[in-house]
Design a protein around this ligand. Structure first.
Ligand code: NAP
Length: 310
């Protein structure tokens, strides 16, 4: 019998305990700070765990991230360097992220930003929406989440483009890759949706060069990480009118400080990092499946790759 230790600053421990018990009744569940004998722990399930906790578990075999990104695990300076880290890959998380991406695109595409202003001025006036089949959306990142966004935006009738690190083929999606591919894609897209992992290559990728490559009056939706965006470049493009609006879920500093210009900018729509929630009853299935793979010595598909940074 294996034992898993959960340590998270925000996730619901009881729901995780119940959900894992349903998926894997033979797994013993413990929650920090009630570690018991550290030598008993085989797996750690963490979100911003206290630094040094994982290093204090002498027999731990793998760390499960309670997030698609692993930045919170890697932030621990005492993390044993060769320990496998498993990303959270979950269909329901991808579906929630895609819901948000579709909402953001449709918000601008159906002129809801314009109607809000008209409502506040008690004005009955209409906008003329663009013809959807002539309108292109570009997805930055075509992985577990970006792939779902691309399929669903395609089902709504948009022209869908996607950008990845290496070449890719996806039905109904015009695929681009590499640095040149990004600007080539941006030049064709009224909407850009960012669902990239944050790495040294993608840090600051939503910058003046990318924005300038987009057609006048485009829109950006960032639901990945705040580090992808250069705030001054976004604000300058909104104020010059090159961008028509932005929808953000993530920020360079979280919580977003009260004095930040995003809060009161009339072309900025913000939410407090809520695009995708890790719902235990769904995510526990993927944790249990990956523990079974570890126990069977089988390949684990969702491993964080240190050389790529995601
Ligand atoms: P994933 O499956 O690993 O997919 C990542 C995608 O990004 C892949 O298509 C990859 O290209 C591409 N990529 C990575 N580096 C690149 C580069 N330098 N140039 C071009 N493309 C690059 O990740 P995921 O599960 O979809 O998650 C994506 C991100 O969403 C997470 O890392 C996290 O930051 C964010 N997220 C945010 C929330 C929220 O609530 N706001 C919730 C969940 C996730 P290849 O296909 O060539 O490998």
């Amino acid at each position: 019998m294996s034992t898993i230790l959960m340590a998270s600053q925000q996730d619901p421990v009881d729901l995780w305990r119940d959900s894992l018990a349903k998926e894997m009744p033979e797994l013993e569940f413990r929650a920090y700070p009630d570690v018991g004998d550290p030598g008993d722990i085989d797996y750690a399930l963490v979100y911003w765990a206290p630094h040094g906790l994982i290093a204090s578990l002498p027999n731990v075999r793998a760390v499960f991230s309670i997030a698609a990104g692993c930045d919170h695990v890697l932030a621990d300076p005492q993390l044993p360097p060769h320990l496998p880290i498993v990303r959270m890959v979950d269909d329901y998380l991808a579906a929630m992220m895609a819901e948000y991406a579709l909402y953001g695109v449709l918000h601008f595409h159906r002129d809801m930003h314009y109607y809000r202003q008209e409502q506040l001025a008690a004005r009955w006036s209409r906008a003329w929406p663009l013809y959807t089949p002539d309108t292109a959306v570009g997805i930055l990142g075509l992985g577990a989440i970006g792939g779902d966004c691309a399929r669903k935006l395609g089902a709504l009738g948009f022209q869908v483009h996607g950008w990845s690190r290496g070449p890719k083929k996806m039905d109904g999606v015009t695929c681009h890759h590499g640095p040149d591919g990004l600007l080539e894609m941006a030049g064709q897209c009224r909407y850009l949706v960012c669902v990239l992992p944050l790495t040294s290559e993608t840090q600051g990728i939503i910058n003046s060069e990318l924005i300038a490559a987009m057609p006048q009056g485009g829109y950006i939706i960032n639901i990945a990480r705040g580090g992808h965006q250069v705030d001054e470049d976004l604000l300058a493009a909104l104020d010059s009118g090159h961008l028509g609006g932005i929808f953000l879920d993530v920020y360079n500093q979280e919580p977003l400080p009260p004095e930040h210009p995003y809060w009161r900018h009339d072309k900025v729509w913000i939410t407090p990092h809520v695009a995708g929630e890790l719902v235990p009853r769904s995510c526990a299935k993927s944790v249990a499946a990956n523990i079974r793979r570890f126990e069977a010595g089988a390949p684990v598909p969702d491993l964080f790759d240190k050389s790529r940074g995601y």
